[in-house]
Design a binder for this molecule. Structure first.
Ligand SMILES: [Zn+2]
Length: 474
């Protein structure tokens, strides 16, 4: 895949946030298409060979003992990843630039037309699933390979080179999508009755359903009732404050029947919750409704409504159901004035949808250029692990440990979405205790606990553009 000049620029832009070589002469980096020979006049250059393959033809290489899939390039996995020729040129033989572009820009999502029932890019059809690497931030590995090559080049040519890390250790970004706030809402109580009568579908036993129905009925009739199990914000806030966590809460408005929430932004309870969260130092943002991923007017209207009702500007968004049309949804979000999105994970599997464990800019394929909006990739949503994958608490914990190790390796982030309505012992016995212990164990790893807005601010202050004449395509 021969990348356009802007696409190469996009990759170097992101690479530049990891490594910077000083005093490089203009056009020190040369991109050569594999249909040509490397011109004999090139000396002391950094050369990347671009593969002519139109689609990925993956193979594996071993890098520091780890198997890393390369998507485009010369099919000689035993050959060196890079080498120096007699003229002082550093030559990368595999097409790491196209491989990185394919994943980071989300190009695979443009190529696959099939979507799941919610209009989402299905994990089943992803290259991550096919090659079993969703658990690896492979773009970070590609950048690491390039960085090592550049370090040797800098040493050979007496150039100063800096390695950079966005976070000293790693960042932990915890967030909550506030989809549902009343477990015993009369709508659900009635729904359970319908389930018991066989009028609505259910995967619970009849006795469990009728038990829940009576609990709900009792709850609604009790004048001295305790807090609803889904109105657990006091507990969440206290736990996070105790552990020094500052998280982000995304609020979803009522719209289109029951596809979204059962509350409005202007509800007294919601307004008061939002003001408490803000006072306590948490971030509040927009949880875009089901329809908003495809409907720009709807999204802009929602943002205005949120801001008018709560007096808070929302700079970040997560789309409900992780619905996302890539890169169309990014454009709608940008137009609505949003600064970052944090929806990009596969709904059905935790891991790295864009192969990257740091904030990044998406790519606009229509205008062939990098977009300004930021994506803070979502690494794990609890529903993906516990429901879609049907994994146990212990497996979830192991996966978290793994993602933390990857984040630490690259000064990146581990982001975790946990719905408030999934911390309910009536539905999932033992989950409150597990969740508490999980957060404690994450904090023991000494991350920087940051809200989405802090991550965006850090990434944008840290960001530098590479010199515009750094590379040349020949
Ligand atoms: Zn949601």
């Amino acid at each position: 895949m021969y990348l356009s000049e802007n696409k190469v620029k996009y990759i170097f832009h992101h690479l530049w946030q990891h490594v910077r070589i000083h005093n490089l002469e203009p056009h020190s980096i040369i991109i050569v298409n594999d249909c040509k020979e490397i011109p004999p006049y090139l000396e002391n250059k950094i050369i990347f060979i671009q593969s002519s393959q139109a689609h990925p033809e993956p193979f594996e290489i071993i890098f520091h003992g780890k198997k890393i899939p390369i998507l485009f390039g010369t099919k000689d996995p035993n050959g060196e990843i890079y080498h120096f020729d007699t003229k002082g040129n550093l030559i990368f033989r595999h097409d790491l630039l196209s491989s990185a572009f394919y994943l980071l820009s989300g190009q695979q999502e443009i190529e696959v037309e099939q979507k799941d029932q919610h209009g989402r890019f299905p994990f089943e059809l992803s290259i991550q699933k096919k090659l079993n690497f969703v658990h690896l931030p492979v773009v970070n590995y590609y950048f690491e390979i390039i960085t090592e090559g550049l370090e040797t080049f800098a040493q050979n040519h007496n150039k100063k080179i800096d390695r950079l890390r966005l976070f000293d250790s790693f960042a932990f970004f915890l967030s909550h999508d506030v989809d549902r706030i009343a477990f015993h809402h009369p709508f659900y109580v009635l729904y359970r009755l319908k389930q018991f009568l066989g009028l609505s579908p259910s995967n619970l036993s009849k006795s469990k359903i009728i038990n829940l129905f009576f609990q709900g009925l009792g709850y609604n009739l009790n004048p001295f009732k305790k807090e609803d199990p889904w109105w657990n914000f006091g507990k969440l806030i206290n736990l996070e404050k105790k552990l020094g966590i500052r998280s982000t809460y995304f609020f979803l408005k009522r719209e289109d029947g029951f596809k979204n929430s059962l509350y409005h932004y202007k509800n007294k309870k919601i307004k008061s919750l939002i003001s408490t969260l803000k006072k306590e130092g948490f971030e509040v943002g927009l949880h875009g409704t089901y329809r908003s991923a495809e409907d720009g007017q709807n999204l802009s209207f929602q943002k205005q409504e949120f801001e008018t009702a709560t007096g808070t500007k929302s700079i970040g968004i997560r789309q409900h159901y992780l619905r996302f049309s890539h890169p169309h949804t990014f454009k709608l979000q940008s137009n609505a004035g949003l600064i970052y999105d944090t929806s990009l994970a596969f709904a059905e599997h935790d891991g790295y949808r864009n192969g990257y464990c740091l904030p990044f800019h998406p790519y606009d394929f229509e205008t062939d250029q990098m977009m300004q909006i930021w994506e803070i990739p979502l690494v794990m949503m609890e529903v993906s692990v516990l429901n879609y994958r049907q994994a146990s608490f212990e497996e979830l914990k192991q996966a978290v440990n793994h993602y933390i190790q990857e984040a630490r390796k690259f000064g990146g982030l581990f982001s975790l979405l946990w719905h408030n309505c999934r911390i309910n012992d009536i539905e999932t016995p033992g989950i409150s205790e597990f969740y508490t212990k999980l957060l404690e164990s994450i904090i023991e790893e000494k991350p920087q606990s940051l809200r989405g807005m802090d991550i965006y601010k850090r990434a944008s202050t840290f960001e530098q553009r590479p010199p515009s004449d750094i590379f040349k395509l020949i």
